[in-house]
Design a protein. Structure first.
Length: 247
């Protein structure tokens, strides 16, 4: 077994090695700091040096004259353009698989920085064949069906006239004043009816020998044409029945 004296000597040797390594590391760090200081000094000198105005104008003119050539290289006799401002052609679409076309259009919009309000109009100019015919039909149908200047009362009446009777009956008592309120009430009423239907379904049983329960059949919901809606609105009639409409 090693004596205490030997152990102490081994520790002293180990500490000596550690101190030597630390000294080497310290020298390396000092060298790096010195190199960094030199680099910062050179950068400061470059930034503080003012270029002569005459030479600046000459360099500027030469840069402008060689701009086109600097962005054009030759490879095998063919020009290779690397300029950021190269002209891009907008991808056209004629009715085939739109996935690739969507990707290319998104890339074009991102590169050009196209505004959201301009994207649809710009893309519609590059539709061809059946795709262009579909777009023209859609625009025409949209403008023909679009009506402006409706009051909230007329919007609420039109909306409620297209609902199911059980939903309309459940929200009329609240007398919605706006279309947004009517839509919110209709959604809540629809969710309520769905919960009732789900809760009642597992408990429906049939007793042997009992007569089947008669269920009330709802009359099919009447879909009004635009002309009928206009006539009922002018006469002040409800869109779902022939009575006077009131909120």
């Amino acid at each position: 077994m090693a004596t205490n004296k030997e152990r102490i000597e081994n520790l002293e040797v180990g500490l000596g090695g550690i101190q030597a390594n630390l000294s080497i590391m310290e020298l390396g760090v000092n060298d790096k700091l010195h190199q960094l200081e030199n680099a910062i000094s050179k950068i400061s000198e470059v930034l503080s040096t003012r270029q002569d105005p005459a030479s600046s104008n000459i360099n500027e003119r030469s840069g402008q004259s060689s701009y086109g050539r600097s962005s054009e290289n030759t490879k095998g006799g063919r020009p290779m353009f690397s300029s950021k401002f190269a002209k891009l052609e907008f991808p056209k679409y004629s009715g085939d698989d739109p996935t690739e076309w969507f990707t290319r259009v998104d890339q074009f919009f991102e590169y050009q920085g196209t505004l959201e309000t301009q994207k649809v109009s710009l893309a519609s100019f590059h539709l061809e064949g059946e795709a262009n015919q579909w777009w023209q039909w859609l625009r025409k149908a949209y403008h023909e069906e679009r009506k402006e200047g409706w009051t909230q009362k007329a919007l609420v009446g039109t909306f409620m006239g297209g609902l199911k009777a059980e939903i309309t009956d459940g929200i009329q008592m609240f007398k919605p004043k706006s279309l947004k309120e009517a839509i919110s009430l209709a959604r809540m009423r629809d969710e309520q009816l769905n919960r009732y239907e789900t809760a009642a379904r597992p408990f429906s049983r049939t007793t042997i020998g009992s007569s089947p329960t008669k269920t009330k059949t709802l009359s099919p919901m009447k879909r009004l044409t635009w002309a009928e809606m206009q006539r009922r609105r002018a006469q002040g009639l409800c869109f779902n029945c022939d009575e006077k409409f009131a909120l």
